[in-house]
Design a protein around this ligand. Structure first.
Ligand code: HEM
Length: 311
């Protein structure tokens, strides 16, 4: 049986025994070191985006968390599609860990939990996410030697800071202890994240790459961080508009372009009224602020009339 540090041969499904991996000596020219050093500034910037800072403080609305999950779903769908495409390509094959790492199915479960059975009809890829997705597809199809940069930026982050976010989200959003809604953060097939990251680093370092390609990979990883930050900034803007809406109780401002029924926020708000059931429609209608005002006025008048009659 090959050791966990060797890559599987011919798509062999090996059970990984990475828990026994020792801390190996690393050299500054190893890809893992170049990436860690070369993306340090990007990491600091990403951690300090308003969206991430608010998230860490537990200041995240459920609506926004749901939209973040949508963005992740589109991102990982693209990433995992390209990783599947390149699973036998020597520039990526040693980093192909579908059982341990892939998140698409976990994200699909989270979206089903948040949006219901017809979640696929309710979600839409945002502008910033689409740019990220386009880049991943470009890399996977035209520069596959750079795919490692995208996998590194996401999965190593998910196995590190992502575990902090999981706990914050569970507490802040009062999600069930059964981990519904946060499957994305749960790596069922990784028993020791620290050791797994060591294995991943060792596999990155064993790739046969020249100096120039390593530099291009670091550059691409910084690009991946930027794409993530653009998604965070977009979410932050949506979060602000959600806060304003919460004050006036109205619908979000929609630019009128595209199919409004595909806006997940809209779908969620009108969900009650759009089931086709008259009772749900009535309840949905009764939740609208103007209707509530009219109902309150009617009840006040009825109370006044009753008092006049009794007296
Ligand atoms: C919530 C804010 C974040 C916190 C608290 C955080 C925390 C951490 C920590 C403690 C590590 C070191 C883990 C280790 O050495 O084993 C780490 C590594 C990493 N994080 Fe983050 N992180 C955050 C956000 C992000 C974001 C937004 C990304 C990218 C989208 C990211 C990507 C990475 C990557 C790629 C590594 C691996 C570094 C390496 O060892 O080469 N992190 N993070």
């Amino acid at each position: 049986m090959p050791s966990a540090l060797e890559s599987p041969v011919g798509g062999e499904e090996d059970i990984l025994h990475y828990e026994e991996i020792e801390d190996g000596a690393v050299s500054p020219m190893d890809l893992s070191e170049l990436l860690k050093e070369g993306t340090k500034e990007s990491h600091d910037r990403a951690e300090n985006t308003q969206f991430v800072k608010d998230f860490l403080k537990g200041r995240i609305k459920k609506e926004l968390f749901k939209l973040a999950t949508v963005a992740l779903y589109f991102t990982y769908s693209a990433l995992e599609e390209e990783m599947d495409r390149n699973k036998d390509n020597p520039v990526f094959a040693p980093l192909y860990f579908p059982v341990e790492l892939h998140r698409r199915e976990a994200l699909a479960k989270d979206l089903k939990y948040f949006y219901g059975e017809d979640w696929k009809e309710k979600i839409q890829c945002s502008e910033a996410t689409q740019q990220y997705v386009d880049r991943i597809h470009h890399v996977g199809q035209h520069e596959p030697e750079l795919l490692v940069a995208h996998a590194y930026t996401r999965y190593m982050g998910d196995l590190s800071g992502g575990q902090v976010l999981k706990k914050v989200a569970q507490r802040a959003l009062k999600l069930p202890s059964t981990e519904e809604g946060i499957q994305f953060y749960t790596f069922d097939n990784i028993s020791n994240a620290q050791k797994f990251k060591q294995l991943y680093r060792a596999r990155m370092n064993a790739l046969d790459l020249d100096k120039n390609t390593k530099e291009r990979i670091v550059e691409e990883a910084n690009k991946a961080f930027r794409f993530n930050m653009q998604v965070f900034d977009e979410l932050d803007k949506i979060g602000r508009s959600l806060a304003e809406e919460a004050q006036d109780g109205g619908f979000p401002v929609h630019d009128g372009k595209g199919d409004i029924r595909k806006c997940p926020y809209y779908a969620d708000k009108v969900g009650m009224a759009s089931t086709g059931c008259p009772f749900h429609a009535a309840v949905g209608l009764a939740r609208q602020p103007l209707v509530q005002l009219v109902l309150a006025a009617c009840m006040a008048m009825a109370a006044g009339a009753a008092a006049w009659y009794i007296l």
